[in-house]
Write a protein that binds this ligand. Structure first.
Ligand SMILES: CC(C)(COP(=O)(O)OP(=O)(O)OC[C@H]1O[C@@H](n2cnc3c(N)ncnc32)[C@H](O)[C@@H]1OP(=O)(O)O)[C@@H](O)C(=O)NCCC(=O)NCCS
Length: 183
């Protein structure tokens, strides 16, 4: 994927110079908590393995693209597919902005809109889905702004911080994406 340029952010491929920035947010408990994931990579060496796999394109179904700030090329986080399925024209979206100071500033919305353009206009996907833990109100609101609809709930899917958490399934269809462009 070439650079995808937006107003305040752009998306690009991973580079080996991103290893430390990736590892930094993976060590931030607060950020990892919102993703509903377990910490991985757990070490700088694992971060290197992750970035090298991205650079060598060895994990095509789980590609990630770096979100950079336009004004200074700062690494903000990443966005990409989880489970790209070209036969079914489906993918799941995963996104992280890895610094608390940069959340809730509309940067996630812009990155998602850029990425949906790739999904629907270049890859010709029919549907893009995502999963978000119910407590992640900021993520949920951001996805709603981008046109995702709530589709269902997986009850008590994730155990963290001493209790079970529901997972909300969301999705956007190509026709909904296209209708949004007309508004
Ligand atoms: C989820 C994420 C990508 C969204 O990107 P973002 O740039 O923070 O989101 P945006 O600023 O575009 O939109 C966030 C919206 O949530 C709102 N919001 C923030 N906190 C909220 C809360 N506690 N309750 C309700 N809404 C909230 C913001 O006001 C904003 O809505 P608005 O534009 O209508 O005012 C980003 O927050 C992130 O990476 N978070 C940490 C990791 C994570 O949660 N990853 C996603 C896992 S599914």
């Amino acid at each position: 994927m070439p650079h995808i340029i937006g107003e305040r952010v752009y998306l690009r491929e991973y580079l080996s110079s991103d290893i430390e920035a990736l590892y930094r947010w993976r060590t931030l408990d607060e950020i990892v908590w919102w993703t509903g994931a377990y910490v991985w990579p757990e070490s700088l060496a694992q971060a290197q393995i992750f970035v090298e796999a991205q650079m060598n394109d060895t994990d095509k179904a789980n590609r990630k693209f770096v979100i950079c700030r336009q004004e200074d090329d700062k690494y903000l986080g990443h966005i990409g597919y989880e489970y790209l399925d070209l036969r079914r024209q489906n993918a799941e979206l995963g996104i992280v902005i890895g610094e608390m100071n940069f959340l809730s500033k509309g940067l996630g919305e812009e990155a998602i809109r850029l990425f949906l353009k790739v999904c629907f206009e270049e890859l010709n996907l029919h549907r893009v889905g995502l999963r978000v833990i119910r407590e992640n109100k900021r993520g949920f609101r951001c996805y709603q702004k981008c046109g995702f609809r709530e589709e269902g709930i997986l009850r008590e899917w994730h155990f963290s911080r001493g209790k079970w958490h529901d997972l909300v399934l969301m999705g956007i269809l190509k026709e909904e994406y296209q209708a949004g462009l007309l508004i």
